[in-house]
Design a protein around this ligand. Structure first.
Ligand SMILES: NC(=O)c1ccc[n+]([C@@H]2O[C@H](COP(=O)([O-])OP(=O)(O)OC[C@H]3O[C@@H](n4cnc5c(N)ncnc54)[C@H](OP(=O)(O)O)[C@@H]3O)[C@@H](O)[C@H]2O)c1
Length: 516
């Protein structure tokens, strides 16, 4: 019987050993923290972490890059000894590469991991729009073969695969928690209703090989990025990230027919709404890149569909959805499920309202956000429709380039006006598809799951965006969190002005993340 004291999620996960990938990333950290804080009876947490230059060994990387994160401040403040103890007794760090068969582990380590895992959450991905097609395919798509193999080798354990709502590609209207249909080049469907993506992989691999054979090494990354965008567009997606995530969904759905699989699709994941710290965020995410550019007076107008619904969901809601999905998968195995963790249908937030709220907050209270804005942004942020934007930016680029030429300015000494036009163009290339939405993500199935899990779980693991007060979130939580946590790394070193500018440029350009 469900009472207000019973948490089905805690009960389902009690005594279970969980394998998680992607915990050096944003969502992975929040999920890990929540498990430690709210599921103390979990038997163990295995973290698959790849080594990096600074920390080649997984455990060293865990200690240096995960455990030191401010996401654990609350746990540390409550009982730092208990946190240390939990980590020592229950967390196992495994140095592995998810794109390699058997994660690149020795036979013995692989068998050991398989024997000590009851459920697998795969959060690892490349969320970069500018990713080269071969890399994006490896990490967002093909590695799911290794995930499915592992699930089978571990005794047909459940898998929770983190995907993205934006696998909808160019589909418009209400987007349900179901398989998304490509709108471009035809892909045949098999007898189970899944798309025949094996043929697509073959075609893509051939094109990748051709590009590699015909392009000198230094130019290959750009050529493979271009190829990714071209192929994504051809099949019905705006970028390589969402295209390869869709391919990944298809691959794993097919590989896990008759097994236990939950695909969880978040929309644009932003700072914590409530727990463990309101406003906690890592780095500058998606729509925040535009806000940061505005705060730094690099952008003051942008293409957007004002009446569209921008779908933002706080990261704690996403971590909670993962936990509910895990519990359900353990309680009711052998099923294929798709959930969308989003706000569109529960609490729609208009593009215009969102942009006006955050930009005005920064403009009016800029002194409260010294890491975001160094002075008061002089202009209001203006949204224009795509057609107007394309015409206006073309003319502005011509005029500012001409002006720079007349003033004999070199490419390394561009005027502020030309830089502004270029930053706007760069950001528009990446984000314009997402600021002009003609679709609304629906989360009825996730809401039904939350209802099924009962009252206690709704309190402990809230997932319903209807409870979000958007004005409070943006004005009191998110912008402050972005300034405090998101810009954290930048504040550690006092950069000379010129270098600081370069860092912001790169933050706004190549390193910007996809509206994943
Ligand atoms: N952020 C969003 O707005 C958003 C929205 C919708 C869906 N999602 C999905 O949510 C999940 C988590 O996203 P996030 O924002 O947390 O991303 P993130 O901060 O970029 O983290 C990505 C994680 O994936 C790991 N990873 C990447 N390549 C790997 C590889 N080859 N082998 C092992 N690990 C690898 C990274 O490890 P390293 O540190 O070693 O690189 C990192 O831990 C992803 O599946 C993403 O598609 C995110």
């Amino acid at each position: 019987m469900i009472t207000t004291e019973t948490s089905l999620t805690r009960k389902a996960l009690s005594g279970k050993r969980v394998l998680i990938t992607g915990t050096t990333g944003f969502l992975g950290k929040v999920l890990l923290e929540k498990i430690i804080r709210e599921i103390p009876d979990v038997a163990g947490i295995n973290l698959l972490i790849r080594g990096n230059k600074k920390h080649p060994e997984a455990h060293a990387r865990f200690k240096a890059e995960i455990l030191t994160s401010t996401i654990f401040e609350r746990l540390r403040e409550t009982d730092s000894e208990a946190l240390e103890q939990f980590c020592e007794q229950k967390i196992q760090c495994i140095g592995g590469e998810i794109t390699e068969p058997c994660f690149g582990l020795s036979d013995q380590d692989y068998q050991q991991l398989a024997a000590t895992t009851d459920i697998f959450v795969n959060s690892a991905a490349s969320v970069n729009f500018h990713e080269a097609l071969d890399t994006a395919l490896r990490i967002n798509t093909l590695c799911l073969n290794n995930v499915a193999d592992f699930a089978q080798d571990a005794g047909d354990i459940p898998v929770v695969q983190i995907s993205t709502c934006y696998v909808n590609g160019y589909n418009n209207g209400i987007i349900h928690e179901a398989i998304s249909k490509p709108t471009g080049q035809h892909i045949a469907v098999d007898e189970h209703g899944y798309y025949d993506v094996a043929r697509v992989f073959g075609e893509l691999q051939q094109k990748i090989a051709q590009v590699k054979a015909s392009t000198p090494s230094p130019a290959q990354p750009d050529a493979l990025t271009e190829l990714g965008l071209r192929e994504a567009n051809r099949f019905g997606w705006g970028d390589t990230y969402t295209f390869t995530k869709w391919l990944g969904e298809q691959l794993i759905l097919k590989r896990m027919i008759g097994k236990t699989l939950t695909i969880l699709r978040p929309s644009v994941v932003e700072s914590c709404y409530a727990s463990p710290k309101p406003g906690w965020i890592e780095g500058v995410k998606v729509t925040d890149a535009i806000l940061l550019a505005y705060a730094r007076e690099k952008v003051s107008f942008f293409p957007a569909r004002k009446a569209g619904v921008v779908d933002i969901i706080p990261v704690d809601f996403v971590a909670n959805s993962v936990l509910l999905s895990m519990a359900e998968a353990l309680n009711e195995p052998v099923a294929s499920r798709i959930y969308q963790c989003c706000s569109g249908s529960q609490n729609p937030l208009g593009v215009e309202r969102y942009v006006t709220t955050v930009c005005e907050e920064v403009r009016i209270n800029w002194r409260k956000y010294p890491k975001l804005a160094r002075k008061e942004p002089q202009r209001k942020f203006v949204l224009v429709n795509k057609g107007v934007f394309i015409g206006a930016i073309k003319v502005m680029k011509q005029l500012t380039t001409l002006w720079d030429r007349l003033r004999l300015r070199s490419a390394t000494n561009k005027s502020k006006a030309l830089k502004m036009v270029e930053s706007t163009l760069k950001l528009a290339n990446i984000y314009a598809n997402y600021t002009s939405p003609y679709y609304v993500f629906n989360s009825d199935k996730l809401m039904a799951l939350a209802a099924k899990m009962g009252e206690r779980d709704q309190q402990l693991f809230p997932v319903d965006a209807a409870h979000i007060d958007w004005d409070r979130y943006f004005k009191e939580i998110h912008v402050a969190g972005l300034n405090h946590y998101g810009m954290e790394d930048r504040s550690k070193v006092e950069m000379p002005e010129a270098l600081e500018e370069d860092r912001v440029e790169s933050q706004l350009g190549e390193n910007s993340q996809a509206p994943a």
